[in-house]
Design a protein around this ligand. Structure first.
Ligand code: SF4
Ligand code: SF4
Length: 362
């Protein structure tokens, strides 16, 4: 059954299955403590749906099985040695759409054999996906908080398929260089976190905690993607660090430093390959975007989650001395609309002047 997830057109890197079961109370307790300490920052949705987190079978009437699936998104070596200021995962097409579409193919094929009901979750349900990745045997959790998949490392998207069908037991599988094979305990051990501490030392704002959880208030990924509006004093302190100035969207430091990711093969999923026009974006490019050009550039991209205001805030932080006014941008021709530019100096009538209010440093 699992092989269907690893073959084309699905193309996952690893898949494993387990019978559905409640979340261990100890994990629910530690999650509640993590929330109570404020580590979720502004992600209020993480406080919701605790009964489902406790019992994932509530997601699908009669659910009996869960399949955990990992897709490698490791970008290929960059021939020009360009380092993007955007997170690796965001450089291609939006994984929510890509993974869901591919998993639908698998589910349709399975359903035609087994019947039953299925539900696909790609960051779309309150489920402890790393717990299920471990239970399904596709990887182990690391000190950077992520799941390491044998032969691939931590740069994977995780997704789940719930089913009312009770599948016969089978070992988790991985696809390595086009070869599908069972994931053995030895493979898992080879890709187990060594607790070397590099990820914690590389984390600019000290967001990674000793138990592998993240304090979102100090995490550049949260601050540049999920956070809305200006940063609070803690967030501003982190974003004024060189690494904060260096980020336009997300952060990969706790993954780039990790030896488990060294030499990982590049993704074979064409949609995850970096879009050059996105990978090369600079702060100046972003400050020149208006809403139509933002929507056009990030159509089908996960980056639209930050919204234009969020990206502008990040870009202004990267270039605190740069005016956000489009008339001073290298791409000011993209400013479309108001014909005021020739007459004004950051006129309040300009349709883009509000972006300066997102600079936390002014
Ligand atoms: S950098 Fe070291 S401690 Fe951190 S996840 Fe990787 S192996 Fe584990
Ligand atoms: S994404 Fe960056 S800021 Fe967040 S925990 Fe990892 S290294 Fe730290």
């Amino acid at each position: 059954m699992l092989e269907i997830f690893l073959s084309e057109p699905v193309g996952a890197t690893a898949a494993g299955m387990a019978s559905i079961a409640p979340t261990p109370p100890a994990l629910m307790d530690s999650y509640a403590a993590w929330l109570a300490e404020g580590n979720a920052a502004g992600m209020n949705y993480l406080h919701n749906h605790q009964p489902i987190r406790r019992d994932p079978s509530l997601l699908l009437d009669g659910a009996k099985s869960i399949v955990s699936i990992a897709f490698n998104y490791t970008p290929p070596e960059n021939p020009e040695n360009l380092r993007s200021k955007l997170a690796d995962y965001s450089l291609g097409s939006d994984y929510h759409d890509v993974v869901k579409k591919r998993l639908r193919e698998a589910v349709e094929a399975l359903q035609s054999h087994t019947g039953g009901e299925y539900r696909i979750c790609v960051d779309s349900a309150p489920i402890f996906e790393r717990l299920w990745a471990e239970r399904c045997g596709i990887g182990r959790r690391c000190d950077n908080g992520l799941i390491s998949v044998p032969g691939c490392g931590t740069r994977v998207f995780l997704a789940e398929v719930l089913s009312t069908v009770e599948f016969p037991a089978e070992p988790a599988l991985r696809n390595i260089d086009g070869r599908v094979e069972a994931i053995t305990p030895r493979m898992l051990a080879e890709y187990e976190c060594t607790h070397c501490g590099r990820c914690r030392r590389s984390c600019p704002g000290g967001a990674l905690q000793s138990d592998g959880t993240v304090d979102a208030r100090r995490c550049i990924s949260y601050l540049t993607i999920e956070h809305r509006g200006e940063w609070d004093p803690t967030g501003s302190d982190v974003m004024r660090l060189p690494a904060g100035r260096d980020s336009l969207y997300g952060c990969d430091r706790c993954q780039h430093c990790c030896p488990l990711n060294a030499g990982a093969a590049a993704t074979t999923v064409a949609e995850f390959l970096p879009r050059p026009e996105v990978a090369r974006l600079t702060a100046t490019d972003i400050l020149a975007l208006d809403q139509p050009s933002f929507s056009c550039l990030f159509k089908g991209s996960a980056i639209k989650r930050a919204k234009l205001d969020g990206l502008r805030r990040n870009a202004l932080n990267a270039r605190p001395s740069q005016s956000s006014h489009p008339s001073q941008s290298s791409q000011s021709s993209q400013c479309s609309q108001c014909s005021q530019c020739s007459q004004c100096s950051q006129s309040s009538q300009c349709s883009q002047s509000s972006q300066s209010s997102h600079n936390p440093n002014t």
